[in-house]
Design a protein around this ligand. Structure first.
Ligand code: RBF
Length: 392
């Protein structure tokens, strides 16, 4: 995995402490690991906040100011009560319902802003506005441009691999507009910071459990649409994981055509099941519910992506390969609010950083997946985490 530069955006001491914390979390093999990592990240955030506030005081004393601060500072006089107030827009390229990656984005930004606002006077509090752009992708460019054109939001935070292409022309038009893009990758634009997840690992682990659980050795990925990350990472590495578990494993690929049509999801699932598929990975937003319904009816398995999905269909969902998108959104927002964003950089975080994980402590996982398979999974996750097994 590409070495993470993300933590370089915070102080060196913070880097070391956070790395130590994540390493020590990684070493814990008992149940509750995921929760512990989350708790540790949260604890670390508290510490970082103090570090950052100290740094900020030192910086402003020595006269250094970030670009954002300069902008707000020039707008106020020393006696003004209106001031440092930061305004953040969250641009959701789709809808939050049934897309955990977007729910985690919005939750993470809100939680960071709430923390930042604690104990602050009204005039100093940051504000968040969340815009759901809807499922018509043809409208996204117009909607995000309109948001930037208001020149009201210091930063627009979003999540989606298609966003860099939409945003680059916008920063040419509005050179003060900053963007933080998660689940996206673009280097070298000083208005844009991106961070993506190691989805090679996420897809591989999902394929590996699918391959271990499948009796027919036939799996399927039902996607909402084709896009480069889907075609070049998610599908091939899901298949690679399946083959690592059992060489005979094959993967059928079907496309819904949108991120919401549950009926179409069910029709596609029925059809692959008819062909003998007994493990399905849905990556299709609201259409995933149709896939789950079909899998429950036909008693086949579903592997789940992005958040913990076991509760959606106990006994049918065999895995949850998760992204810590809420934590990432929160960290990125806190860093922004503290003037510590590394503009122009692109980063990737994965299993070894604690931002991609495979849920092993959920009682429904333990009930549904036999112990010998869980042991194999644990070994694989640990090997990836320690760097002994390179997925890519
Ligand atoms: N993922 C979702 O969960 N919901 C969506 O509505 C959604 N829309 C997307 C639209 C485009 C154009 C692209 C490229 C990806 C979209 N994704 C969506 C997929 C998301 O970025 C990610 O790949 C998956 O959530 C798997 O982690």
């Amino acid at each position: 995995m590409k070495h993470s530069h993300f933590f370089k955006i915070i102080t060196i001491s913070s880097i070391l402490t956070l790395a130590l914390c994540l390493t020590s979390c990684k070493e814990k093999k008992e149940n509750g690991k995921t929760q512990k990592i989350t708790e540790k990240i949260t604890e670390k955030l508290e510490e970082l906040k103090t570090d950052k506030e100290n740094k900020k005081t030192a910086d402003s004393e020595s006269g250094k100011k970030s670009d954002e601060n300069k902008k707000t500072d020039t707008a106020k006089s020393d006696t003004s009560t209106k001031s440092n107030q930061k305004s953040i827009a969250v641009f959701v390229p789709g809808i939050i319902a049934d897309s955990p990656i977007y729910a985690m984005l919005a939750d993470g930004v809100k939680s960071a802003v709430n923390k930042y606002n604690e104990g602050k006077a009204k005039a100093d509090r940051a504000e968040v506005y969340i815009l759901e752009a809807g499922t018509n992708q043809a409208e996204w460019s117009k909607k995000i441009t309109a948001l930037a054109a208001q020149q009201k939001y210091d930063v627009i935070i979003s999540s989606n691999p298609s966003l860099p292409d939409l945003v680059v022309p916008i920063v040419k038009q509005f050179p003060n507009q900053k963007f933080i893009l998660l689940d996206a990758e673009l280097k070298g634009n000083k208005n844009i910071f991106t961070i993506c997840y190691n989805q090679y690992e996420q897809a591989f682990l999902t394929g590996y459990i699918g391959g271990l659980m499948s009796k027919s050795h036939k799996m399927a990925l039902i996607a909402a649409q084709e896009y480069p990350v889907m075609n070049n990472i998610l599908l091939p590495y899901f298949e690679k994981g399946g083959k690592e578990a059992n060489k005979k494993t094959t993967v059928d690929f079907r496309v819904v055509g949108n991120w919401y049509d549950a009926n179409k999801g069910a029709v596609l699932a029925d059809s692959v099941i008819e062909n003998g598929v007994d493990v399905i990975l849905p990556i299709c937003g609201g259409a995933s519910q149709g896939v789950i319904n079909s899998a429950v009816n036909h008693k086949v398995y579903v592997t789940w992506f992005d958040n913990n999905g076991f509760e959606k269909a106990p006994g049918t969902i065999i895995s949850s390969s998760i992204l810590k998108q809420k934590e990432m959104a929160s960290i990125a927002t806190e860093n922004y609010l503290s003037g510590l964003t590394s503009w122009g950089t692109a980063d990737m975080v994965g299993v070894s950083d604690g931002f991609v994980d495979f849920v092993q402590d959920d009682p429904l996982y333990i009930q549904t997946v036999p112990a010998n398979i869980r042991r194999k999974m644990e070994k694989m996750v640990d090997s990836i985490r320690s760097g002994n097994y390179k997925v890519k």
